[in-house]
Design a protein around this ligand. Structure first.
Ligand code: CA
Length: 233
């Protein structure tokens, strides 16, 4: 089951791919999203969802965790994140912390717990799209090696996966990203990230760099320039 509605709508309308194998829920979500002005494509299997997104990248994906077929929602999310930054709203069956955390770990942007109000789903979809609107932050995302740094959303991805960073860690990464290719001394990093009035030790920078390396792993092209400082390539 998958349908594209190409009726009398303009291509400027935002498109949503809804991935859900429960026909009743899929149809309900489709109805509300269409009422709100979205163009909707339905996919009942993960494999089909991946094909749809590849063929025609949508504005957003609504993705149920529990799917029939080989791929569950987490698998689909992970697969999408290898090549796409499309916002993903996950639908989870249980309000379990583990489920939510797992969703974010594989790259979801938001989640809703079933049973959910379709109106709330629409509101969340609109909110995610506002946050993700590229017109609001033209090319603000910095790509360094396998790491993407999005200062507007304050999000870092490594190898396509969102990585949870502490606020200061993100600030340091974003500062290095804004000066890609330049060697910055520890003092310059302290001034730029912690502020010129900050009183502290230059080793603070090293501690945070260590955390960034640990959390972002090999995709992070951050070089130590001995006796000088750090450079993000
Ligand atoms: Ca389902």
């Amino acid at each position: 089951m998958d349908r594209c509605h190409d009726g009398p709508v303009s291509s400027a309308e935002p498109t949503v791919v809804v991935v859900e194998d429960d026909t009743n829920i899929a149809n309900l979500v489709e109805l509300y999203l269409r009422d709100a002005g979205f163009r909707v494509s339905l996919a009942d299997r993960g494999e089909r969802a991946l094909d749809l997104v590849r063929a025609r990248p949508p504005s957003l994906v609504v993705l149920d965790v529990g799917l029939a077929g080989e791929l569950d929602g987490y698998d689909v999310c992970r697969a999408l994140r290898t090549h796409s930054q499309v916002p993903i709203l996950m639908l989870t069956a249980r309000d379990g912390e583990e489920d939510r955390i797992h969703g974010f770990e594989v790259g979801a942007d938001d989640y809703l717990v079933k049973p959910f109000s379709p109106r709330e789903l629409v509101v969340r979809v609109q909110a995610i799209l506002r946050r993700a609107d590229p017109d609001r932050a033209p090319s603000s995302v910095v790509v360094a090696g396998g790491v993407e740094i999005d200062p507007v959303r304050r999000e870092a991805r490594s190898g396509g996966q969102v990585v949870a960073l502490a606020a200061r860690e993100f600030d340091l990464l974003a500062h290095l990203g804004a000066h890609r290719g330049q060697v910055l001394s520890r003092q310059q990093l302290l001034d730029g990230v912690w502020g010129e009035g900050w009183v502290g030790d230059e080793r603070t920078v090293d501690v945070h760099v260590r955390q960034l390396r640990k959390k972002l792993g090999d995709p992070l092209p951050l070089t130590t320039v001995w006796g000088v400082g750090y450079r993000l390539d």
